[in-house]
Design a protein around this ligand. Sequence first.
Ligand SMILES: [Ca+2]
Length: 436
Amino acid sequence: MRFFAKFIIISYICSTITTAESQNTTIGTESYPIYAVSTKSHTPVFRPKSHNKSLANSVALSNQQFADWIEAFKVRARQRGITTLILNAAFQNVTYDEDIIFRDRNQSEYTKAIWEYLDRAVSQTRIQNGKKNLQNYHNILEKIEVKYGVDKEIIIAIWGLETNYSEFRGSDNVIQSLATLAFDGRRGDFFESQLLAALEILQSGDTTASQMTGSWAGAMGHTQFMPTSFLEYAVDFTGDGRRDIWSNDPTDSLASTAAYLNRFGWKQNQPWGIEVQIPTNFDFNLVDPSNKRLPSHWAMSGVLGLNGLAIKDYGPASLLMPAGQQGAKFLIFDNFRVIKRYNSSNAYAIGVGHLSDRLKGRPSIQASWPRNDRPLNSAERKELQSHLANKGYYSGNIDGKIGPISMTAVRAFQNSIGVVADGYISLDLLNRLRQN
Ligand SMILES: [Ca+2]
């Protein structure tokens, strides 16, 4: 879980998934960023991609400054109760890791469409491997489900998306990664708190410094816990007294994920979401995360299951249409928001939910997506907001982040030119704004 999502400010990009500030996720054999983040670095990229003399000098300088920083940090850590014994073991062989900084500075600006993301997130291979893991860990998953009340298919789906069922757990020294990022200072306070939490984990005896490996920004284990989240939510399910998410046995990781979802209010027997159909002339102003109604209420507005019948009243639900009128439409329940506590991207939550559905033997998403569209890049989204502002529809920031205010403005513009006001943002819409 990427910082368990809540630690970073995620911009709400309807229908697209843009770059992760913090981490890449592993989809298939490829690693790519999956969620949109608003806090880009204000620090210029200072390191050229190719190594040269000035780089060598700057790294040498960084190494000395890093060593000084560690000594000062150790004083702060001792004040927080971390023992000298733990500190010495943890920082043995830790050096400034320029590769971590490089990755932090060079995250992709590439924006992925929801359908591209879902193709990989819920590929046939991932479904098949998920089903195998459901069998392989059947007994343990049953026990986890009973104890925490979280569907085993959801746990498996998170495992599948976080590390491709343990394939990409990360082999970086977590202390070294977090210390480098804390020293670097771009989000120094956040990473220093993670570093302190990692040291607390070592002091608790759950694992050792040499075994504490993870992804480059400090997410650890089969389902990628950040250290602070580990301290708060991880559990020992094997009964050996250690919350061991680093061992090859995924049991503690899977149980910890269930415990996490349970703590954030997972409701058993409630779907994450259900694909629905809407009538022609539907009022897209009803599509708003805060507009929650019971499915029976939605049915009165013509929002029905794909079989034409009203959805059962599992609980209050809102509508989600990642590609507006043209793509799949979902009624999403509170469990959708619980999944987003793991990673606050809508695409991620749909990916987890849909993969879990497929693991339960349910069909794939039925609607087709506007696959000829491409997501707008950041500059284009800013241009779109500028046009909307010039026309008097938009008074928010020109920041390229598409939230509810931007969507409302888009709908107003769509209404003015007599097209379906679904708030969906595309190159076609941008071109219409340029022309009108
Ligand atoms: Ca254990």
